[in-house]
Design a protein around this ligand. Structure first.
Ligand code: SF4
Length: 235
């Protein structure tokens, strides 16, 4: 049985729209709409890694505010054992398929009563952030022995939005994470690139279509049709 690699971002893109998944992960078309934000995020993560290695950081002028919010967000956790930029990989089986689930946690903190996953966000709040945090908590649940945490320790997640310092926290008990595993397993099982045609099938959100926020709107037939319909409607 061969193993296919799968990250949260791949699964998210597949569920948002299989055509979007194909553009981004099979044809490797760049995500132009979010490019600047991604570059800022990558730079900030490089600075965070350097800081965790004890280097002194002078952020560029456009990152000064974000950097200060990072330092403030980090303050309560410095006294606890932690892993920064921790890459993970584990195997997961669905019917007839084996998956190599991989990704990276920004920060894992061993608190006295839970394991805390911190995700630093350089952009604005996204509709898929909560789902990403459920995924991260589930991944830690699968990795309990590698992380050296007990089977009944709760796992909590905290998104820290560095633009304004806001946070979004969720605490997961092990039983909830078992339920999330069932849900993720169903979604992952649908993602079989050998059998699926990558047809446009945009997920709907808040009574709209994912095409509304898709970076590939101008090259996708469904995206172009969607834009025209909206233009006609606006006239
Ligand atoms: S424009 Fe719409 S249909 Fe086309 S890839 Fe994007 S979300 Fe899918």
């Amino acid at each position: 049985m061969t193993t296919s690699l799968l990250s949260f971002h791949q699964l998210r893109d597949w569920l948002c729209c299989p055509q979007l998944y194909a553009y981004k992960h099979l044809h490797m078309l760049p995500d132009y709409q979010h490019q600047a934000e991604q570059e800022r995020g990558e730079l900030l993560h490089t600075l965070i890694t350097q800081e965790s290695l004890g280097q002194s950081i002078q952020p560029p002028p456009d990152l000064v505010e974000l950097w200060q919010n990072y330092l403030n967000g980090m303050l309560p956790f410095r006294e606890y054992p932690s892993h920064s930029e921790w890459s993970y990989f584990f195997q997961f089986k669905t019917k007839g398929m084996s998956w190599g689930i991989h990704g990276r946690f920004d920060l894992l903190v061993y608190l006295p009563d839970s394991l805390l996953i911190i995700d630093w966000k350089t952009g604005s709040h996204s509709l898929t952030d909560s789902w990403q945090m459920e995924w991260y908590a589930w991944c830690c649940h699968r990795l309990r022995s590698a992380l050296n945490i007990s089977a009944d320790l709760p796992i909590q997640t905290q998104c820290i939005y560095l633009k304004d310092g806001r946070t979004q926290k969720v605490l997961f008990q092990p039983t909830e994470l078992e339920k999330h595993e069932e849900e993720f397993s169903k979604h992952i099982a649908q993602l079989n690139p050998k059998e699926y045609a990558f047809i446009p099938n945009p997920h709907s959100w808040q009574q709209g279509s994912w095409c509304e926020r898709c970076t590939y709107q101008e090259i996708c037939p469904e995206g172009i049709r969607y834009c025209h319909e909206r233009a006609d409607f606006a006239v």
